[in-house]
Design a protein around this ligand. Structure first.
Ligand code: ZN
Length: 249
């Protein structure tokens, strides 16, 4: 990936970024710039603080392993952590109220009944802004938004990497709308087997940009590699691979 360099408008430090990155935060002063317009980022930029160092983060994962019903009994003891890193990942949080009205057919019972209904829900919808090649289980991340504070580069622990967003506000809002509409369609299908039409209206609040600490960990167990994502703010496992003892069954 090509890298470009500009000087930070605020502190003058060299600001490196990769092609595709749209919102870039200076690691030396926290100043945030929107690359394609070359102007400062004016929306809210928040941070979830990191509350777990490496040792505490590993302890949380070991405790999660011990409490798993499907994990092998010796997993916490024998898992060898091979790569453990703290990353601050970029997210868009979009307060949004969505109202869908739908029309469909209920056919489950053999007869055909027309169904009409509406679904109204209020969300803080979260869109992951990280690299398009990066996988992050956003839908499984119950992001602890109550703990957010204004972005402060001094709260980034040494060695942690801050990732920039490759998605701008408008694209994030569009993605949120599309995902919500899909969810509503899924909900409507509980009521009507075949949806004839579904319209969704959105009331979009003020979106904000958020960096959240995530520990990305790789561990080895009986010669195989596994991955765990741990929320670095509250210490919850977002998603983790568990070995299944294939010889057991
Ligand atoms: Zn700077």
């Amino acid at each position: 990936m090509a890298t470009s360099k500009i000087a930070c408008d605020h502190c003058g430090a060299p600001l490196k970024y990769s092609s595709g990155e749209i919102i870039v935060t200076c690691p030396y002063c926290g100043y945030t710039v929107v690359i394609d317009i070359g102007k400062p980022f004016t929306l809210e930029h928040s941070l979830l603080p990191s509350n777990f160092n490496e040792k505490k983060a590993i302890d949380r994962v070991k405790s999660w392993m011990k409490h798993s019903f499907i994990a092998p009994g010796d997993l916490a003891r024998r898992a060898k952590f091979t790569d453990v890193r703290l990353q601050f990942l970029p997210f868009w949080v979009i307060p949004i109220t969505a109202t869908s009205t739908y029309r469909g057919l209920f056919e489950r019972t053999g007869s055909r009944i027309e169904k009409k209904g509406s679904i109204k829900k209020k969300y803080n919808w979260v869109i992951f802004g990280g690299g398009r090649g990066t996988e992050f289980p956003t839908r499984e991340f119950d992001i602890p938004l109550e703990g957010k504070m204004p972005y402060d580069f001094r709260k980034i622990p040494e060695g942690a990497k801050v990732f920039n967003s490759e998605i701008g506000e408008k694209e994030a809002v569009d993605m949120a709308k599309q995902q919500i509409k899909n969810d509503h369609r899924f909900l409507a299908k509980e009521d009507a087997d075949r949806i004839i039409d579904l319209e969704t209206e959105f009331k979009v609040g003020k979106a904000y940009y958020l960096h959240a600490p995530v520990w990305i960990m790789r561990y080895k167990y009986k010669g195989k590699n596994y991955q765990v994502f741990l929320d670095g703010c509250e210490g919850e496992v977002v998603k983790g691979d568990i070995p299944t003892d294939s010889g057991f069954f």
